[in-house]
Structures are given as C-alpha cells and as structure tokens.
Design a protein around this ligand. Structure first.
Ligand SMILES: Nc1ncnc2c1ncn2[C@@H]1O[C@H](COP(=O)(O)OP(=O)(O)OP(=O)(O)O)[C@@H](O)[C@H]1O
Ligand SMILES: [Mg+2]
Length: 277
C-alpha cells in the first residue's frame, strides 16, 4: 500500500577508496547521542549483545528493530534478513517484475558504494552480521524527526531549502546509479538538523544498463561528479563482488558512465554554473 501510494518520481571496498564525505553534509549526531566514529559504530554493531527485539512499524518486509548493548553503551539497530529471488514477481498493485530480487545484501552494497562516493553520511552505518542463526544487514538506528512521506502529508516546508535541494540532488544521482525499484518516501528519513538519510536498498541493483529516470538528473554536487568520474570498473567490481553478481556489477559500471555523460552534456548545453554546485 505504501509502495503504491508513495511511489515517488522521484563501506567497504577498502578504506583506501572510501571518498571523504562531501563537505556540505552535516554530521548526523544529535546533542545527547554519543559522538562515535564510523569505525566505532561498526565495531559496536558487529559485537554488541542483542537485549531486545521488535518489528519496525512501516514497510513491507518489516525488518526487526534490535536494541544492542556492549555493557557501556546501548543503541538500536535495524536488522534486515530478506534474501529472495523470483523469476516473476507479481505485486498486489497488479504490476510485475521479471528477475525480481529482494536482498539484505543490497543494503550492504549500497552503503559501501555510497562510502566510495563520499555519500556515506547520507546512510546509516551498515554492517553484515549473523544474529539468531540468520545473516542480515545491521544498520545503526538513526535519530529522525519524521520520514519524507510524513513531511509531505503534513505539508511541512524544510527550513533550509538550498541545503535540502542539494541533498535531494545527491540522492537522485545515487538512486539512478543503483537502479532502485523501491525509492518510496518512507525510505527517506529526516534527521534533527534536516539532514536526509537514505535507507532500505533491498530492491535496488537491477541489471538494467540504461538509467531508470534520466530526467531526474538536473544538478550535481561537483565532488560527487568527480568521484563518479574517478570510480573505475575494477574498483566497483572489487567492492561489490561480496554482494552482487556479475550482471549487477556490470550494470553499475555502465550506469556510472551514463550519469557522467549525461552531466557532461548538460554542462555543455547550460554551462557549469547551472548544473554543478
Ligand atoms: N537505521 C534505521 N534508523 C531509523 N529508522 C529505521 C532504520 N531502519 C529502518 N527504519 C524504519 O523502519 C522502517 C522499515 O524499514 P525498511 O524500510 O528497511 O524495511 P521495509 O520497507 O520493510 O523493507 P522493503 O521495502 O524491502 O519491504 C523504515 O521505513 C524506517 O521508518
Ligand atoms: Mg522501506
């Protein structure tokens, strides 16, 4: 139902290749939250004990919300274990998708790819972990004020439009790169400082080599475009092979080239000032 109603038009290859965060992104830490580095959050997620479990309220596959503790700190995490493939998926809405895949592995791939592009701060820190006999993706539970579906329903205008739009353009570029079938508005979370977070990539990484919606690519962060230009097929292959098959990896490489070519064409037509920020 959420999917139907809200369908919008809208790390770790190696630490050596993880691009530094794009500077204008705010640090996602609320005042009373512990100030931890990404590595500390990963270490906590990988080793802390599960002390409580409940289902998340939104979404189709309803991952669990776990409370973890290492004896010093207690923090929640989202645990997604889905890993399904179907030759033909028939949705309740009447639509179908061939070669359907819904997998926690795509959450891991998306996080590592985001880190390589300097977009790691726009996603919760994500690791792979086996809990209760099941392997899944475990994400740092974010402090959020609402999701994008709620914001639109309540007609709340974001207070910093420029920063908001810049974040949205980064999300659009990333969405085209990973070819996500489920970028619905409940998968976009809004932090206390109006920073945007992308979650839930379990239906991304389709094998299509064309872009899903080229028209969504209007503007691009300069450093993101540079990082996309620098990302080569070998780096993508190395980083993604634990999670993706060869067709899924090849498709990222081809779409990367198409995104870069698209922006180069736009720059040639409109000038850099109109396209890059
Ligand atoms: N790391 C997180 N931090 C904060 N909230 C989260 C986090 N992970 C999940 N949530 C909340 O739980 C909801 C459901 O999670 P998620 O979107 O991953 O699963 P889903 O929609 O059931 O999956 P699918 O769309 O593949 O069926 C999200 O919409 C969000 O509100
Ligand atoms: Mg979701």
């Amino acid at each position: 139902m959420f999917r139907l109603f809200f369908t919008a038009i809208f790390c770790l290859f190696s630490l050596l290749v993880a691009a530094p965060p794009l500077a204008s992104q705010t640090q996602p830490q609320a005042a009373q939250e512990p100030q931890l580095t990404v590595e500390q959050m990963k270490a906590f997620l990988l080793s802390a004990k599960v002390i409580k479990e409940k289902q998340t309220s939104k979404g189709i596959t309803a991952p669990s919300r776990l409370t973890l503790s290492d004896g010093v700190m207690t923090h929640d995490a989202g645990f997604q274990t889905i890993d399904e493939s179907k030759t033909k998926m028939e949705f309740a809405s009447g639509g179908t998708e061939m070669n359907f895949r819904d997998s926690y592995k795509f959450n891991l791939a998306a996080y590592d790819l985001a880190c390589m592009l300097g977009l790691g701060q726009m996603m919760p820190v994500t690791v792979e972990r086996k809990i209760g006999g099941k392997t899944g993706s475990l994400t740092w539970w974010l402090k959020v004020q609402m999701d994008e579906a709620d914001r639109m329903k309540k007609k709340i205008t974001p207070p910093y439009p420029e920063s908001w739009n810049e974040q949205m353009h980064r999300i659009r570029v990333f969405t085209q790169l990973v070819y996500d079938m489920d970028r619905n508005l409940t998968n976009l979370l809004i932090g206390p400082q109006w920073q945007l977070y992308m979650i839930d990539f379990t239906r991304a990484f389709r094998v299509h080599q064309q872009l899903k919606n080229e028209k969504d690519l209007v503007k691009c962060d300069r450093r993101l475009l540079d990082n996309l230009r620098k990302l080569d097929a070998r780096q993508i292959e190395q980083a993604m092979k634990p999670y993706l098959n060869s067709s899924e990896i090849k498709a990222i490489t081809v779409r990367r080239g198409k995104i870069v070519a698209h922006f180069e064409k736009l720059i040639a037509q409109k000038g850099e000032k109109e396209v890059l920020y």
